[in-house]
Design a protein around this ligand. Structure first.
Ligand code: ACO
Length: 333
């Protein structure tokens, strides 16, 4: 049976940097409030006419392919995670495929929000282990700034989210004990409405996009922040521990933890629970905010570029998000 491993990582973030102070000119908020509650100092917002979810992912994928020493014609499949696709349909996967000039290979779109990249990675892992494909491109990309409202009404959500993309190449290999060791995925729809963007909705007349909808605020994302926090810290820990137990490791064996960059306080909670020093837990939310499905591949790429990912390291990826969905991936680099 073949095994799977990540052989190349890349990311792309829009050039437009938006600081907390800039937001405080648009809404009743402050740098102190945002920094203390979330750890975010700035984020990137896309430029219309230049950045799209699929072309940002393609830019990240080109870097990942080059680092993996692969050409676009080597790619057997694309798995694309996003909650903000370019179009309602078709999905962003085929648009990235077109952007990369690849034809006929299958493209999957994954709608698992902040855990989307881990869900996508898990699908890639399974296809490779089954022997069906040898080289898979996995991408996570989001443009979220244009679903936020830069006003007092929208401030709870508007200060948290940002835009960006990350990608990796997953390849088949033969070395047992190296690469992706396991993936564990979970969902529970009980609290689906506690973190959601409801409209446009296929279950509503005119998909809910009726006159006055903009003014009503129902077009904006909603989050029950306190509930999300409670479940996030619980399920981050459960998913990590599940992966460690499955592979007969303990928390002290982990060399690097790359969590979904939801909120610096959530990351800090997990770090303390695992008794890990800050340098072993990747956090870049201060630069990008929460980029949902893109956050792990962006953080992973930066950690790799900074030399923090070393040969033989045990790396834990973990995520939690709207659904609720959550999970972990354990990697021996
Ligand atoms: N600036 C200033 N004040 C604000 C802002 C803002 N941007 N947003 C809300 N407030 C106000 C509220 O209106 C409220 O005012 P009030 O006391 O007069 O009513 C006050 O600040 C406190 O509001 P809370 O919602 O109670 O703030 P809380 O301390 O819970 O912090 C936060 C909000 C940061 C969202 C917190 O609940 C949290 O960390 N939740 C975790 C969820 C999370 O981080 N999700 C990330 C995205 S989802 C994911 O990736 C899994």
């Amino acid at each position: 049976m073949p095994f799977s491993k990540i052989t190349g990582l890349g990311h792309y973030v829009p050039e437009n940097v938006v600081s907390n102070n800039q937001l405080s000119n648009l809404m009743d908020t402050t740098d102190e409030w945002i920094t203390e509650r979330t750890g975010i100092k700035e984020r990137r917002f896309f430029t219309e006419g230049k950045d799209t979810v699929s072309n940002m992912a393609a830019r990240a994928a080109k870097v990942a392919l080059e680092r993996a020493g692969k050409k676009t014609e080597d790619v057997d499949a694309i798995i694309f995670a996003t909650l903000s696709p370019d179009y309602y349909f078709p999905g962003a996967g085929v648009l990235m495929q077109r952007e990369l000039g690849i034809s006929k290979i299958p493209c999957f779109d994954v709608r698992s929000q902040c855990a989307g990249f881990l869900y996508a990675l898990s699908i890639a892992d399974q296809y490779i282990k089954s022997g069906m494909y040898k080289t898979i491109l996995v991408a996570g990309s989001e443009i979220q700034s244009n679903m936020l409202e830069m006003s007092d009404r929208g401030r709870t959500m508007s200060v948290i989210f940002g835009d960006g993309a990350g990608a990796c190449v997953v390849e088949a290999h033969e070395e047992k004990g190296k690469g992706i060791l396991s993936t564990h995925l979970h969902s529970d729809g009980t609290h689906a409405e506690e973190l959601l963007l409801k409209l446009p909705s296929s279950s509503m007349f005119q998909r809910g996009l009726v006159d006055g909808i903009k003014e009503s605020g129902e077009i904006l994302p909603y989050m029950n922040g306190k509930l999300v926090f409670q479940y996030a810290v619980k399920y981050f820990m459960e998913a990590i521990n599940e992966a460690l137990e499955f592979n007969n490791y303990t928390q002290s064996d982990v060399d690097l933890l790359i969590p979904h960059q939801a909120n610096a306080r959530i990351t800090e909670y997990v770090r303390k629970e695992m008794n890990m020093p800050p340098e072993k837990v990747i956090s870049n939310i201060h630069k990008y905010g929460n980029t949902t499905a893109a956050s792990i591949p962006i953080a992973f790429t930066e950690a790799w570029e900074e030399g923090k990912v070393k040969d033989g390291d045990l790396i834990a990826l973990a995520a939690f998000g709207s659904g609720f969905v959550w999970g972990s991936v354990l990697i021996r680099w």
